[in-house]
Write a protein that binds this ligand. Structure first.
Ligand SMILES: C[S@@+](CC[C@H](N)C(=O)[O-])C[C@H]1O[C@@H](n2cnc3c(N)ncnc32)[C@H](O)[C@@H]1O
Length: 455
């Protein structure tokens, strides 16, 4: 017998880039604190504290639920110190409990023992990440190669973890919309002013529209919009070699502040795999196929378009659902009068995106968490707005990096939701503060609270 004391991580950490980064900092801190202590042993996958009941801290934070032990003569100072370091890194997520004060932990012991067992196994992707010498040495992550049926494309030379910045480039040139002859003339003028190397880079790009206006043809085939919906396009030395997939593994983004284009891995990419982005505008496979044929002159044979018939039908249904939900979330009258319905649509849409993109929906996830933020803050709910903005931030870090203005904006809104212009715009009927974010719910309960689901 005896009483247990310790802390639980509530809600548990995700395997996303932000939580991983915070956990790594915490683990490094622990390592530094106990580097001269024989009672703390570094095992391949975790720290083992050889006091009390030998509590452990794994190197992979998403596996961690609890640090605790029965009270013995030598454990107290270890529990206290690890708890205060954890608190400094994770704040109110660290839930302290003490059975001698009639408090019990948040998780049941079955869950905790399962998490402890998982410490022994290392995730396959992480083995690749940590042992890949190319990444360590800063060597190129890809090569440009001929790809059957697609012209050239980018092939990964190493395993690329989610969130990695694969490319960051300034445009060779940019241009806005204008009639074909004028565009060709403008481009010819811009080309003349470039260096020989840049001229060669531009002229080596693919042209889907050969004929009267060769410069315009190259531009139309390759230009990436300078921001969502922008009519100005930019042409890049390497980013323009990235081919399309309807289930892309990467996301490209124009950073207006830095005036550069980035490409980030939105899911882990295996060595030898092609790096892909999406050129399409959504919708079911036939609509995507028509668009890609008309705008880019190819028939898409990506893994999303070549699913077996029943799976393709399910995917098409999800894509239509995503479009319908997107439209209804954009209805401002509904957001004002029935915000709970708009929020429910966000929940359904996020679930449909996760199902359709196998958990890696990239920037769409950030966009719809931001919609959920707007719905909440427009009715005065700072608590939920803050959580939604934090999730939009985490998704943006993966797709665009910390230096993107949208990422930074999501981060500051997570800290100060009322800074948003629409704070209380429709009502204050959901009024809360950030202090009202619940701290003692299970993950499932927390999600229900977040989306205001009736139980
Ligand atoms: C921006 S370029 C991409 C690089 C191009 N493959 C090259 O060799 O320069 C766009 C063109 O690449 C080709 N392409 C891109 N994605 C493709 C895909 N999934 N299947 C076949 N062709 C593709 C099409 O010809 C398209 O017009």
């Amino acid at each position: 017998m005896g009483v247990d004391v310790g802390f639980d991580m509530v809600p548990r950490l995700s395997n996303g880039i932000v939580d991983r980064h915070n956990w790594d900092r915490f683990i490094n801190f622990i390592k530094e604190c106990y580097k001269d202590d024989d009672q703390v042993e570094i095992k391949p996958n975790y720290f083992l504290f050889k006091v009390g009941e030998h509590p452990m801290l794994p190197f992979e934070g998403h596996k961690f639920l609890r640090f605790s032990s029965k009270i013995t003569w030598n454990i107290g100072s270890y529990i206290d110190r690890v708890t205060s370091i954890a608190r400094a890194h994770f704040g109110s997520r660290v839930r302290v409990w003490d059975e001698s004060a009639y408090q019990s932990g948040h998780y049941d012991w079955h869950e905790v023992h399962e998490s402890l067992r998982s410490y022994e196994q290392t995730d396959e992707a992480e083995i690749h990440d940590s042992t890949d010498p190319r990444k360590e040495l800063g060597l190129p992550l890809f090569e440009i190669k001929d790809i059957p049926g697609k012209g050239k494309g980018l092939i990964a030379l190493s395993n690329i973890p989610q969130g990695t910045r694969i490319l960051c480039e300034k445009p060779i040139l940019t241009a806005g919309p204008m009639p074909p002859d004028a565009l060709d003339r403008v481009l010819a003028g811009k080309l003349k002013a470039l260096s020989k190397v840049e001229q060669r880079q531009f002229l080596s790009l693919h042209n889907n529209h050969p004929g009267k206006y060769p410069f315009r043809g190259i531009f139309k085939t390759n230009a990436l919009p300078c921001g969502p919906g922008s009519s100005v396009g930019g042409v890049y030395p390497m980013s323009c070699f990235i081919n399309h997939s309807c289930l892309p593994n990467s996301h490209n983004n124009w950073n207006a502040a830095a005036e550069h284009e980035t490409t980030h891995a939105i899911r882990p990419i295996k060595i030898g795999e092609e790096v892909t982005i999406s050129y399409d505008r959504g919708g079911p496979s036939t609509v995507r196929q028509d668009f890609l044929k008309k705008a880019f002159g190819f028939h898409c044979n990506c893994s999303g378009c070549t699913l077996p018939p029943s799976e393709l039908q399910a995917s098409d249904t999800r894509r239509l659902l995503i479009q319908d939900l997107d439209n209804s979330i954009g209805d401002l009258d509904r957001m004002a009068t029935s915000p709970e319905k708009s929020l429910e649509d966000c929940r359904l849409l996020l679930q449909a995106l996760k199902d359709e993109f196998n958990g890696y929906a990239g920037a769409s996830i950030a966009r719809f968490y931001y919609d959920a933020f707007q719905i909440s803050i427009a009715h005065g709910d700072q608590a939920r707005a803050s959580v939604f903005a934090e999730r939009a931030y985490e998704a943006r870090v993966i797709c665009e990096g910390e230096d993107s203005p949208s990422t930074q904006r999501a981060h500051s809104l997570a800290l100060r939701p009322p800074d948003h212009f629409s704070f209380g715009l429709y009502s204050m009927k959901w009024k809360t503060t950030r202090e009202d974010i619940p701290k003692a719910l299970t993950t499932a309960q927390f999600e229900k609270w977040l989306f205001r689901e009736q139980s």
